[in-house]
Design a protein around this ligand. Structure first.
Ligand code: G6P
Length: 612
């Protein structure tokens, strides 16, 4: 949450910073601001999106070759202009942008107020910059030292950048728990929350580690120190990000583009891993820790949001195919409930962004108890990827729409590969079944392509349900997590209340909600429990509910019972979530379009949740 950008170089900073904010807007969009050094510090901020900041700044002085900018997802203090970043220190000599939370800000604030410091905002961020200035004056130290001293007393997560009126050719950046990347170009430096604002200027980047501070000075090399003033050698990595992947490329929204990219993102997640000719799956991370996996007492998945739904599919896959006991945990609960974990456990964190604060904390906890930490992650260089003992990237490419789509199917693809590989190594799957499933998995990208042809049909259907107020999503087995995911998509971008349920559990509550106004989406492809789902649909029809069914091509029984039918290609039940989720993504997308909602940046949400 919150996106931060900084620039120091020979070019005008303002266009680079605004461009960077647009790239990072998925991280929050309550308010935005920019500070530019040009003699003094020109600081502008507005409530709302980056476009509003641009409109506000249009007639202002935006000159300067050093600057910082911020797009906010509010934690402390309502989203208004005063609480927007950057924040000044009292003397207005220093300005700071911050992503994260300073947990002990109240204690520090009280101390500063007693010493006569005046505050203008309600944010924890202002407390930090005031604290740094206070230390600078009280201890008579330079800005680097003051920052080190202040950060040593701070509890919480931060990625910050500071500029100073008195030292106009310098920026200071630091991180603890929140992401920060430094781009090193020719005669210039870029700083950002992720690599997307940097890629068009340079591919050479340094990822800052926790409790490190970067000192960036014009005409000097990047310097990195720890909070305890230990010098570090910057480790420069090469970015491998495709710039086109950050553009909409003709689609109206990133979400639609990302839904349609799924044949490719699934193929990319399989590529180089699955070898059909040899009946093998290559996953270096699993093989390196083969014995830990094969002898694991349990595999524990920890994740949030859509990634948690992928983990549920993973539970079905690994328990059925590899016969290893699996638990699925919300990272936010797991981290606080004193779970029983030891070195016999394998903890797999699933995360698109690789930065979700709760997932990171859950991993740290499991690591401290000796478990093997594996990750399934989409962002190379992210904190989760770096904290793991090993992992598999999802290769879905950058996902920009806040509602996750292609990351989910890429996660499920990687989970399928892991389950099959473990099953093969453990001998819990027959050769013929393994063979059949890998061949089928190989056809999934083209079957997803075929599934996407329902787009027009779903768009028409969305017109009927544009103003519906409640939805129920039902599925069983592998398609129960898909029901949860379908309901989440609708809530996230259409703001329609929706619940996902295991179809048979409906009898224990949600059935009371069913009447002729209640649409029930039932995911009912061919499966071992197809007949049971048919009975569940009959229960809905007996109460006059409207059934929208997702069925396998040519289905007769469910289709005859349902009011609306969407057909998907036949596949093995084990792989069916990769197809059945697609019409649900499209349904939520088109309903949101009809309702005129902000598709890629739904209200109150952010894509990368770096606060707990
Ligand atoms: C936020 C996003 C969701 C995402 C969840 C977990 O809530 O809006 O789309 O599923 O975080 O994020 P992660 O990056 O860890 O998968």
């Amino acid at each position: 949450m919150c996106g931060i950008v900084g620039y120091l170089g020979l070019k005008e900073a303002y266009p680079i910073l605004i461009n960077g904010l647009r790239r990072l807007e998925y991280r929050g969009y309550d308010s935005a601001g920019v500070a530019l050094i040009n003699g003094g510090i020109n600081l502008y901020k507005t409530k709302g999106k980056v476009s509003e900041l641009e409109a506000f700044v249009v007639d202002k002085n935006t000159k300067g070759t050093v600057g910082i900018a911020h797009t906010r997802w509010a934690t402390h203090g309502e989203p208004n202009e005063i609480n927007a970043h950057p924040h000044f220190s009292e003397s207005e000599k220093l300005a700071l942008i911050h992503n994260g939370i300073i947990e002990n800000y109240n204690v520090i604030k009280e101390k500063l107020i007693k010493s006569g410091v005046k505050f203008t905002s309600h944010t924890d961020t202002e407390v930090l910059i005031q604290f740094i200035e206070f230390i600078q004056k009280a201890e008579k130290v330079d800005l680097v030292k003051a920052t080190q001293l202040a950060l040593s007393q701070v509890v919480g997560a931060y990625a910050i950048v500071i500029v100073s009126r008195d030292e106009p050719d310098m920026m200071i950046a630091a991180r603890n728990g929140s992401p920060l990347v430094i781009g090193i170009g020719k005669d210039e430096f870029h700083i950002a929350s992720d690599a997307s604002p940097i890629i068009e200027y340079t591919r050479d980047v340094v990822y800052l580690d926790d409790e490190e501070i970067a000192i960036i000075k014009r005409n000097e090399k990047l310097q990195i120190k720890t909070l305890k003033d230990q010098q570090k050698t910057p480790f420069v990595e090469k970015l491998e990000l495709d710039l086109c992947a950050l553009e909409k490329e003709g689609y109206e929204h990133f979400m639609l583009k990302e839904i349609f990219e799924q044949p490719k993102s699934i193929r990319d997640s399989i590529r180089g891993r699955l070898n059909i000719e040899r009946d093998t799956i290559a996953m270096a991370g699993i093989i390196d820790f083969e014995q830990r996996f094969l002898n694991a007492r349990r595999i524990i998945f920890t994740a949030a949001g859509t990634s948690w739904h992928a983990a549920l599919v993973g539970e079905y896959l690994i328990e059925e195919l590899a016969r290893i006991s699996v638990e699925v945990e919300y990272a936010s609960e797991f981290r606080y409930r004193n779970p029983i974990i030891d070195e016999r456990d394998v903890v797999i964190a699933i995360s698109q962004s690789g930065e979700t604060a709760d997932t990171l904390a859950a991993m740290r906890l499991a690591k401290s108890k000796g478990a093997l930490i594996y990750s399934i992650c989409n962002v190379v260089g992210s904190s989760i990827a770096r904290l793991s003992d090993a992992g598999s990237f999802t290769h879905a490419g950058p996902e920009i729409g806040v509602a996750s789509t292609k990351a989910f199917t890429a996660q499920v693809t990687v989970l399928t590969l892991i389950a099959l590989l473990l099953a093969q190594k453990k001998g819990t799957i027959s050769k013929s079944k393994f063979n059949q499933l890998i061949n089928e998995l190989d056809t999934i990208p083209s079957k997803v392509e075929e599934t996407l042809k329902v787009s027009e049909q779903v768009r028409e259907m969305a017109k009927i349900f544009t103003y519906t107020r409640n939805f129920l999503y039902l599925g069983r087995g592998y398609n129960f997590p898909v029901a949860l995911e379908g309901a989440l998509k609708l809530k996230e971008i259409s703001y329609i209340h929706a619940e996902g349920y295991p179809a048979a559990e409906m009898k224990h509550g949600p059935i009371a909600l069913i009447d002729k106004k209640m649409p029930v989406v039932v995911i009912a492809p061919v499966s071992g429990i197809y007949d049971k789902v048919v009975s569940n649909i009959q229960e809905i029809k007996a109460r006059k509910g409207k059934v929208i069914a997702i069925v396998s091509k040519g289905d007769k029984i469910v289709s005859a019972l349902s009011d609306y039918v969407i057909e998907i290609p036949h596949t093995d039940e084990v792989l069916s979530p990769l197809l059945s989720v697609i019409p649900l993504q499209l349904l939520s997308y088109y309903i949101a379009v009809m309702r005129d909602c902000e598709i890629d940046q739904p209200r109150n949400l952010a894509k990368s949740v770096t606060v707990e």
